[in-house]
Design a binder for this molecule. Structure first.
Ligand SMILES: *Cc1c(COP(=O)(O)O)cnc(C)c1O
Length: 402
């Protein structure tokens, strides 16, 4: 195996993101394959006992066991790190494996976390339910309020954890402010960047320490596999994350890593086209509903900030119908082209009612606290012709009395 660039990391590192997405991190076997090879192997064999002993001792490079390294997974990790501008990356079995690993690998009993109150349901569950069981306390705040971050810091605060834009309320966090506040207090920022991806927003450029992903979403982009990733400094990944990951095993399967590698080749194209489509669809829907939240519409409360830190608005927006759950469900049931689905980042347009699906598990009080209302719907706009999506929404809105 050798790198397709003949090991010249200097040249590779200078490629622009769209080039990295297609070629970054490619290793080629002696077969000279064009497309990345899929190594479906759990173990490795060695020419002699000294070779394997040197690898286990950390004195020689090379694979030993697929919970520790796998060539296909290594290609994905290198490509994501290059796209993110990170020193290192480790792929995970799912987005939630990535979030759990990114938090647990660095937190201990007695530590405190400040987290955004609006978050993916399971991310919020980690803060509210999992961490407290291990003596790690959490404060959840309105992450769009800079003063709230400052006010929530305690002497033992170790981590800031948030999404931007957040799922599904589309709250935008001021990355530059929050990351520099964290730096000043020796706090590690963990940013869940699933909605934007590195193609639209690179949190490390704004001073973030760790970027964690559900690669299930935009990175795969075609709704096929679960995948996740954590990026950061070599020190964080090697000293904190790797010992945790190697001994607990939230690893991605090589096949899933290979699917995401192929997905990344078209990430830049897809996310820009889907953002264009989402903007067009959002502009059509906005006048028909009580409220529509899309970061690149001037009506978004943090429009100026979103435009400053993102290249485009992404594929997702949320909206509120005045008639609560009944009207939201009626709209979903009337859809003919757009699927009822709680997935996002797919090339298909998908719509869901967060209160009865993705955010059912957090309970009604937390939903109210986050701003997830009974009339809220979330739409992922895909790669279909946006006029077809608009026509479908038009008839579904009418059917629901809007
Ligand atoms: C989907 C999602 C997750 C969880 O990712 P999985 O791959 O489903 O485990 C975490 N955070 C955000 C913002 C998400 O949208």
């Amino acid at each position: 195996m050798k790198r397709s660039d003949g090991q010249n990391r200097l040249i590779t590192a200078n490629w622009r993101p769209a080039t990295q997405a297609v070629r970054g991190g490619t290793w080629r076997s002696e077969m000279g394959e064009t497309s990345e090879a899929l190594f479906l192997t759990s173990g490795y064999t060695y020419d002699d006992a000294a070779t394997v002993a040197a690898r286990f001792a950390g004195e020689a490079d090379g694979m030993t066991y697929s919970r520790l390294q796998n060539p296909t997974v290594a290609m994905l990790e290198e490509r994501i790190a290059l796209l993110e501008g990170a020193e290192a990356c480790r792929a995970q079995a799912s987005g939630m494996a990535a979030m759990t690993t990114a938090l647990l690998c660095q937190l201990s009993a007695g530590d405190h976390v400040v987290a955004a109150k609006a978050a993916f349901g399971s991310c919020r569950w980690l803060i509210d339910n999992l961490l407290p069981r291990f003596g790690i306390s959490g404060t959840t705040i309105d992450a769009s309020d800079n003063a709230a971050w400052e006010a929530a810091i305690r002497p033992h605060t170790k981590v800031f954890f948030f999404e931007s834009p957040a799922n599904p309320t589309m709250d935008v966090v001021d990355l530059e402010f929050v990351c520099s506040l964290a730096r000043a207090h020796g706090i590690t920022t963990v940013v869940d960047n699933a909605f934007a991806t590195s193609a639209l927003q690179r949190p490390l450029d704004f001073g973030a320490d760790v970027v964690a992903y559900s690669a299930t979403k935009m990175m795969d982009g075609q709704g096929r596999v679960l995948a996740g990733a954590v990026c950061g400094s070599a020190q964080f990944i090697n000293d904190k994350l790797l010992p945790f990951q190697r001994n607990t095993g939230p690893n991605i399967a090589p096949f899933n890593a290979w699917v995401v590698l192929k997905g990344l080749e078209t990430l830049d194209l897809r996310i820009h086209r889907q953002s264009e489509n989402a903007l067009k669809v959002a502009q059509f829907v906005e006048p028909r509903v009580a409220r529509l939240l899309y970061p690149f519409l001037p009506s978004h409360p943090q429009y100026a900030l979103a435009v400053k830190q993102m290249k485009a608005g992404g594929s997702i927006f949320s909206l509120e119908v005045p008639g609560g759950r009944e009207q939201a469900h009626a709209l979903l049931d009337a859809l003919k082209l757009v699927d009822i689905s709680n997935n996002i980042g797919d090339s298909r347009s998908l719509m869901c009612h967060p209160a009865s699906t993705t955010h059912h598990g957090v309970g009604p009080e937390t939903r109210t606290d986050m701003g997830v209302t009974e009339g809220m719907l979330r739409l992922n706009v895909g790669l279909e012709d946006p006029d077809d999506v608009i026509e479908d929404l038009d008839q579904a809105l009418k059917a629901a009395g809007l």
